[in-house]
Design a binder for this molecule. Sequence first.
Ligand SMILES: [Zn+2]
Ligand SMILES: [Zn+2]
Length: 338
Amino acid sequence: MKAMVLNQITSIENKPLKLTDVNIPSLDKNEVLVKITACGVCRSNLHLIEGDWLKYGIPPKLPIIPGHEVVGIVESVGGDVRTFGKGERIGIQPLYNACKYCDYCLTGREHLCDTRQITGDTEDGGYAEYLKIPSDFAYKIPDGIDDLHAAPLFCPGVTAYRAVKRAELSPGKTVAVFGIGGVGHLALQMAKLYGAKVIAITRSKMHLNLATKLGADVVISPVEEDVAQSMKNIGSVDSVIIFAPAKDAISQAIKSVKKGGTIVMGVFGSIGDEFMFVDEKVIKGSVIGSRKDMKEVLTLAADGHIEVVCEKYHLNDANEVLTKLKTSKIEGRAVLVP
Ligand SMILES: [Zn+2]
Ligand SMILES: [Zn+2]
């Protein structure tokens, strides 16, 4: 099969992903083989490729095939697989596998499992024609969502969903979402479903327009305004959700949430000196989502509650697409098609 393989950690401008012929993976008895029809392009793929996450041990091996928001058709199944059959349409999220026996796994938080594996980070992912996955970590995709629009549900969708859930929203509350890209554009729509007033903070004009189009009540550009001051003028902000991996954004977010308010961190970043214990603010991390979260996202999307904004590219163009993502030239999500 053809795959865009990463052999060497380097800047994306060096075009490190090489179109390569590799073997189609062979199946264990609990796995399914998927013929990929779409795979979203995530900022974490860029972090992996450029070596930003070497300090966290990612990737643990080279070469590796990146990509972790995958849609495809089941090509074959291992002998023990009862849940899927050939020809079914399934999706795969970053959570590739977990032990199923630890405290996290037994309490519906398998995405926190100490031995979890991540699609495209620790196991070969979706920048390819085929992918194999343990059947317990694949999801049937409801009719009514096409492959292109389904792919981003499997990382931005579930990431946004869990972060919004952890933001403790309800009708009348105000939430600020920092970073309106692949994840943020879905998070703001999900926050609206809770009845919250949504403030979108993002640097590029294109993303400000997107946020307005998708129903943000207020948009703020940190390029043109002092974010903390503008938020103060709007009134008290109950929760903030951070998807912008920038020091400034994190510090503004912590500063602008009200005392006792909730800060949800959806990216790596330093809390810095802005966090004052006397304000009793609560900081929570949120990472991808459990299998239950994933199923809820699919139901929400199938019911037409969220609009996935995406653009289609060919698999061979992965380097160029990631370069566009790095320079904020992708509106919602870029999706690669083999
Ligand atoms: Zn992702
Ligand atoms: Zn576990």
